[in-house]
Ligand binder design. Structure first.
Ligand SMILES: *Cc1c(COP(=O)(O)O)cnc(C)c1O
Length: 454
């Protein structure tokens, strides 16, 4: 994204100042406070600027469809905002497909990936004209049986170039043993893939998504290069340009340590061109599937401090943001550290001497801590903590632990003078909705099983 870049948006308030404006406004407007102790916020202009930076970086490519990975922010208003900025959508479940359609993406701008598509899901996508990337050769055989020759769907095959692992194993999809795609370097698989294309003239796309957070650009580019070489091989054998597009996935890492947008989409494109000089020449149409890099730095979580205490010489602030909204950070604190900022009850930034404090959440397990021994101004009851860079995969992907409600999400804009406008993206989950998700409609079902059969 470019919102922090002075050369591109000279008049925009810096990110940290925008957060301050929004927190103060949200407290004054009642969107944050005892009634609403945790909420997510999306920087609408930031999202727009990030999409613009992506488009600019790939501008030399004559044919490119940038899809947004829906799982990174599975909220219809966010998806509709992205559709309005000229993006497509990458989906990986019937639920995500439904969200994408409700958001207004044209079927032809939607790409279905997922390692576990059922026959019914495949048939639905092929009937709609949604692009489908088969995860494996068995799935291709299912598509053989399901696909009508009239289907408008572009069909591709996902390969795993097995180029290696990034710094977070769980985020690395192109290791030797990754569950995704056809493992290209396993004995016989390259030949099988080439044959699969030879047998299916309608198979016209190759797909690889090499990894996400923690994968260096060179590793991602190496995976794309392997995919490109395979496409060249398939096309040479076919004697025609059978593969017409390459879906190069997403995975640009995000800087969670500061406000700088590094690496940039432009740096990613430079790495791609270094690995595959001809990639952007237009012989292949390109599809991208970025998620985190478009949204992470354009969102934050704000939560009230409910209590503070001391335990074993450690100060602990018990807040309303824990594993239910920051699951990865709580479960893998070393891999997913977040910046925390402290505000007073009126939403003003706190200063004063720094104190090492644990910032804990509301969940009933001991590890529910979003920041350990973090140096922050001393927190007190009623204060607010902000978890920065949480616009992707955090508040939009809540965990239902302890039947905590998923939080409200608000979009915001901040005018040059600091005036904030908020819009509801999603209201907080109600107790009725929690009860319904807890099986309320079937409350007596199990006790009835113990009654004599009639
Ligand atoms: C998760 C995912 C993405 C998006 O990854 P980011 O790291 O958020 O850019 C893209 N493609 C596929 C197939 C994915 O599973």
């Amino acid at each position: 994204m470019i919102s922090g870049s002075p050369t591109l948006s000279p008049s925009r308030t810096p990110a940290a100042a925008r957060v301050t404006d929004v927190v103060r406004h949200a407290v004054a407007a009642g969107a944050l406070g005892p009634e609403h102790p945790v909420a997510g916020f999306v920087d609408v202009e930031g999202v727009r600027d990030s999409v613009a930076a992506l488009h600019r970086a790939f501008a030399p490519a004559p044919r490119v469809l940038h899809t947004f990975a829906a799982k990174a922010a599975s909220l219809i208003p966010v998806l509709r905002l992205l559709a309005g900025q000229g993006m497509g959508c990458e989906v990986a479940s019937p639920g995500e497909l439904r969200l994408a359609l409700e958001a207004g993406f044209a079927a032809g701008d939607i790409v279905l990936d997922s390692p576990a598509k059922t026959r019914a899901e495949l048939a639905h996508a092929l009937a709609l004209g949604v692009a489908v990337n088969a995860d494996n050769l068995d799935e291709l055989r299912r598509i053989d049986a399901l696909r009508s020759p009239a289907s408008a769907s572009v069909v591709g095959l996902r390969v795993n170039p097995q180029v290696g692992t990034g710094s977070i194993g769980a985020m690395s999809t192109a290791t030797a043993t990754s569950k995704f795609g056809v493992a290209l370097r396993d004995p016989g698989n390259r030949e099988r893939v080439v044959r699969a294309f030879a047998e299916r003239p309608w198979l016209t796309r190759l797909h690889a998504h090499v990894g996400s957070q923690g994968c260096p650009l060179e590793l991602i580019a190496a995976g794309v290069a392997e995919t490109y070489l395979l496409a060249e091989e398939v096309n040479a054998l076919a004697g025609r340009r059978q593969i017409t597009s390459l879906d190069i996935g997403g995975g640009l890492p995000v800087n969670f340590a500061g406000d700088a947008d590094t690496p940039t989409f432009a740096e990613y494109v430079a790495a791609l061109r270094a690995a595959v000089p001809d990639l952007l020449d237009g012989r292949y149409a390109l599809v991208t599937e970025f998620g985190r890099s478009l949204l992470a730095k354009n969102g934050f979580i704000a939560a009230l401090v409910e209590y503070t205490k001391d335990a074993g010489g450690r100060r602990i602030a018990i807040t309303h943001a824990g594993a239910q909204v920051a699951t990865r950070t709580v479960l893998m604190p070393d891999a997913w550290p977040l910046r925390v900022a402290a505000f007073d009850a009126a939403g003003r930034p706190k200063d004063g001497p720094l104190l090492a404090q644990d910032v804990a959440g509301p969940c009933c397990f001991a590890g529910d801590v979003v920041a350990h021994a973090r140096e922050l101004p001393e927190l007190a009851e009623g204060d607010i903590v902000v978890l920065r860079d949480t616009g992707a995969y955090y508040f939009s992907t809540p965990w239902a632990y302890n039947s905590l409600p998923y939080p409200a999400v608000h979009g915001f804009t901040v005018a040059d003078g600091g005036e904030v406008r908020l819009a509801t993206v999603r209201p907080e989950q109600t107790l009725d909705e929690i009860a319904a998700a807890g099986g309320l409609a079937h409350a007596g079902a199990l006790a009835a099983l113990l009654e004599p059969a009639r």
